[in-house]
Design a binder for this molecule. Structure first.
Ligand SMILES: [Mg+2]
Length: 344
């Protein structure tokens, strides 16, 4: 039996009092030294465990293999270390396995090793997650513990759906289009892309997300020169059209963006083919947040329809006239900035 040594220095730290908790029990006479790669940070964490009746050291080298990390089982008897193979587990690259390492004192054979530098890219940002592995003896299958990743969502894809019914005179439509152009300009520096759809009894894409991104300088001409329909007001059908035909990747929508629909109308819908319930159900399925803007005297008192379009009452706006739309500029801009994740 090797002698247990107590160091004078430690006794002094305890002020001469017995300090059992501070004692290191170190066997100098039969010590075993294990060597590993310095660049791999071999020895960053060391724990003692038991397997098949033998005592082992488990040593981590978190920078091994281009920061994937490795674990070693080291034998006191052979004085050698060998890599631990994580059976039936997929080791994720560059996780720095072994930056943390713990033993289950109750079972003596169970250990947990974690790699906390699992990089995930989301838009322009990199996120770090961790993954842990539980080993119960070196020969048994390894259990993985993975995080439930938060959904990667970035950027805003917004569709402007504007009313082109016959009740709107050309000059008011012009004001409305300028209102939307100014709104687009006001969030130009944020990660927001737009599409526009014109509707009445008919509906048509004025420009989609791809056009907005590729030829942004032409958007003003495109929207102002778009042919008028001047029909009735089929708002729910137009919403379903936008959900099905415009919020699509072939129109330039990004799969992981936050989706926004801004509906502007001057009158109550007389759509008989589609209900607002059908329209909002379709939009909800794609996770589309909706804003409703009512223009004209109707909407100052009758806001029910706007509430049926919008995702929430806070997303309902109404103004007395097209000239008054400008008042909404900052509110809408702030809403978009908040959704996009930036402060206005
Ligand atoms: Mg109308």
């Amino acid at each position: 039996m090797a002698p247990v040594q107590c160091f004078t220095e430690q006794l002094e730290r305890c002020g001469g009092l017995p300090c059992f908790s501070a004692f290191n029990l170190i066997d100098f006479q039969t010590s075993v030294i294990f060597f590993g790669e310095k660049t791999d940070q071999f020895g960053y964490r060391v724990i003692q465990t038991k397997s098949n009746g033998n005592s082992w050291l488990v040593v981590s080298a978190p920078l091994a293999g281009n920061r994937t990390g490795s674990l070693f089982q080291c034998s006191y008897d052979t004085q050698r270390c060998q890599p631990i193979v994580l059976k039936n587990a997929k080791v994720v690259p560059r996780i720095s396995l072994g930056l943390s390492l713990a033993a289950d004192e109750a079972s003596e054979s169970k250990i947990m090793a974690c790699g906390p530098t699992w990089e995930r890219r989301c838009g322009q940002l990199d996120y770090l997650n961790g993954i842990c592995y539980i080993l119960n003896g070196f020969d048994a299958n390894v259990k993985e513990i993975q995080p439930a990743f938060q959904e990667c969502v970035f950027g805003v894809d917004a569709v402007i759906l504007y009313d082109d019914s016959g009740s709107i005179v050309d000059s008011d439509l012009h004001i409305m289009k300028n209102f939307f152009l100014n709104l687009m300009d006001s969030v130009a520096d944020a990660d927001v892309q737009f599409a526009a759809v014109q509707y009445s009894s008919l509906y048509s894409v004025v420009f989609d997300f791809a056009t907005y991104n590729n030829t942004r300088e032409k958007i003003k001409d495109i929207i102002h020169n778009f042919k008028r329909f001047k029909g009735q007001t089929f708002t729910p059908s137009a919403i379903v059209y936008v959900v099905d035909k415009v919020f699509t990747t072939n129109r330039g929508m990004r799969p992981h963006s936050k989706k926004l629909l801004i509906v502007l109308t001057d009158g109550i819908s007389n759509d008989r083919s589609t209900t607002f319930e059908q329209a909002t159900e379709a939009a909800n399925k794609k996770g589309i947040t909706r804003y409703a803007i009512g223009v004209g005297e109707n909407f100052l008192t009758a806001q029910d329809e706007l509430r049926r379009i919008a995702s929430s009452n806070e997303n309902v706006f109404s103004v007395k006239s097209f000239d008054a739309l400008e008042q909404l500029q900052k509110q809408l801009k702030d809403k978009i900035f908040n959704i996009e994740g930036l402060n206005s």
